[in-house]
Design a protein around this ligand. Structure first.
Ligand SMILES: O=C(COP(=O)(O)O)[C@@H](O)[C@H](O)[C@H](O)COP(=O)(O)O
Length: 281
């Protein structure tokens, strides 16, 4: 028989992943991590209730946020949508050198009280502060797993040695290293960078050894089809979906865009066809 916790972890993961094992998750930690200027393109979306209402109505599978936003607007997240609470962050106001650390701003108990289905934390693999984030992750994961909660790692290679040796943090060799480190440190879901091609992203998926790997969205593409094509490539590479922020809330009308993304992720629809079906072309 399974331990109670294993049952809880599996059950909660199903709040994000459909039967196809894929998910589209809305990311909304930008007000803290990038600053409210991220919302200036469509300022009404700075109001978490307004944007959450839209993404939930469009059929999103899950949402990710910091504890305070869950407190302010978590009731917009209907019971059929997975709620992921992230317990680490940093502001962009810190001195540059100290931006290679994510600090803990909440505890597993807070996420549980807020009704989370999964708990997330970032590790900047390769940072001079990697040790601090590894410990943070280990403590969060150990406690969350004990209580039957899945743990998501934002596995982001980042640091001076990476730049020196590989030139860019999106080099597939470091992204797959981060994904592997996330899997080996006990993550149940991994969010990471796009490596630039299907072939290299497939290696990241392989390196994660069965732990689902989701794309971390990135900056908004002017042409929505370009982002749909990127997500198509992630799925073709064996990725399990995407965690998307700016490409959703920086669009004037996020709902048809989310619906098109869902078509690509869950119905394997060609990106242009999906865009046409939702009136984006
Ligand atoms: O991980 C984050 C920040 O990463 P960053 O330091 O900007 O590379 C989050 O703020 C977002 O959740 C993540 O970037 C996903 O949102 P988008 O990139 O799709 O906006």
């Amino acid at each position: 028989m399974d331990a109670y916790q294993s049952v809880g972890i599996r059950r909660r993961l199903r709040r994000f992943f459909r039967r196809d094992g894929r998910a589209l998750i809305f990311a909304m930690d930008h007000g803290f991590e990038h600053g409210p200027t991220d919302f200036e393109e469509h300022w009404e979306h700075v109001n978490p209730r307004i944007i959450l209402r839209k993404v939930v109505r469009a059929g999103i599978d899950g949402v990710m946020m910091l504890p305070g936003i869950a407190r302010i607007a978590g009731d917009e997240v209907k019971p059929n949508v997975g709620l992921m609470i992230k317990l680490t962050s940093k502001t962009n106001l810190r001195p540059k050198d100290e931006q290679l650390l994510q600090s803990q701003l909440g505890f597993v108990e807070d996420a549980v009280k807020l009704g989370a289905d999964a708990i997330a934390a970032t590790v900047y693999w390769g940072s001079p502060q990697e040790d601090v984030m590894m410990r943070q992750f280990a403590e969060i994961a150990s406690y969350a797993h004990d209580l039957g909660f899945p743990v998501v790692q934002f596995a982001y290679p980042r640091g001076p040695y990476i730049n020196e040796k590989y030139g860019r943090k999106e080099d597939y060799r470091v992204v797959m290293y981060g994904a592997r480190a996330a899997a080996e440190s006990g993550a149940d879901m991994i969010k990471t960078y796009w490596t630039g091609s299907k072939e290299t992203f497939a290696k990241v998926v392989d390196a994660a050894a069965g732990v689902p790997v989701l794309l971390s969205g990135g900056a908004k593409t002017e042409n929505p089809v370009d982002f749909l094509k990127l997500v198509w490539d992630v799925i073709e590479a064996g990725g399990s979906g995407a965690v998307v922020g700016r490409n959703i809330f920086q669009r004037e009308n996020p709902e048809p865009f989310i619906k098109a993304l869902l078509r690509v992720i869950h119905r394997n629809e060609d990106p242009e066809e999906a865009a046409k079906a939702e009136g984006l072309l």
